[in-house]
Ligand binder design. Structure first.
Ligand SMILES: *Cc1c(COP(=O)(O)O)cnc(C)c1O
Length: 245
């Protein structure tokens, strides 16, 4: 249910306009890439913004939201349990948080090491026994940095096949595909081209793992060009994030 106090206020109108502008950019990029009406799925990354903004977004037709910290995400998901939203976890994840994340998340976009696969599988199976939830969609986060020391999280490309195998063999997990964040301070196109090649190799071994989660506010057009199926957009829809919380 939507809280009527949030619908039609000034912030609602602001979010409506910003969301429309982003949807327009996605549609243009999709057409320019020759993808016809194959629109990527829009995940609005709502980290640092209040649950009321997520209510406004839900009233504007947003179905998928992304968060990167378990404590914040768990509280919002509980607050918005009635909103029918799909929750995506997109941040670096400690194994000890797996149990909490699988209570609300449909997908984890940041699977980057074997221990996390094992922790998520165990947590999902327990949660399935308790609540009957569905399988957890897992995206393997790949590091696209040339310099491993500077990386923003993610597995090395060479580790993707092993992680994929481990996810595919685990109960309760569904291998969705790959995810990446473009390197800071470099053109995103070569990075997303590299991710597309990694995705193709993954699909050769796992034909249903076709998802490619790539593209943020600054680089969504480049991501769409190289085949992104899921876009994770925060600031261009919600505005800049508060520096302190
Ligand atoms: C915050 C975040 C986003 C959204 O970034 P914007 O630049 O605000 O669009 C996307 N992906 C991840 C992993 C994030 O942490």
């Amino acid at each position: 249910m939507t809280d009527p106090a949030t619908v039609g206020d000034a912030r609602f109108s602001e979010l409506q306009a910003r969301l429309a502008a982003v949807r327009e950019r996605i549609a243009r990029a999709t057409a320019a890439a020759g993808r016809g009406t194959d629109l990527p799925r829009l995940i609005v990354v709502t980290k640092f913004h209040p649950a009321d903004d997520i209510r406004r977004l839900a009233a504007l037709g947003v179905t998928d939201v992304g968060e990167n910290r378990d404590q914040e995400a768990a509280a919002k998901a509980q607050d918005l349990a009635d909103a029918g939203l799909t929750w995506h976890f997109v941040g670096q994840l400690q194994t000890k948080k797996a149990k909490s994340v699988v209570r609300y998340a449909s997908a984890v976009h940041s699977v980057d090491r074997p221990q996390l696969v094992d922790a998520l599988a165990k947590a999902v199976l327990n949660e399935q026994a308790a609540s009957g939830r569905g399988n957890l969609d897992c995206f393997i986060q790949v590091s696209l940095e040339d310099d491993a020391g500077a990386h923003r999280g993610g597995a090395a490309p060479a580790d993707v096949p092993g992680l994929a195998e481990r996810i595919a063999e685990a109960g309760g997990l569904r291998l969705a595909g790959v995810m990446a964040v473009a390197p800071l301070g470099a053109a995103p196109e070569p990075a997303f081209e590299k991710l597309a090649r990694i995705s193709q190799r993954l699909v050769a071994d796992h034909p249903s793992a076709t998802a490619m989660s790539a593209g943020m506010s600054q680089d969504l057009e480049a991501a769409v060009t190289f085949g992104a199926t899921h876009l994770r957009i925060g600031s261009d829809i919600l505005g800049s994030r508060p520096a302190v919380r």
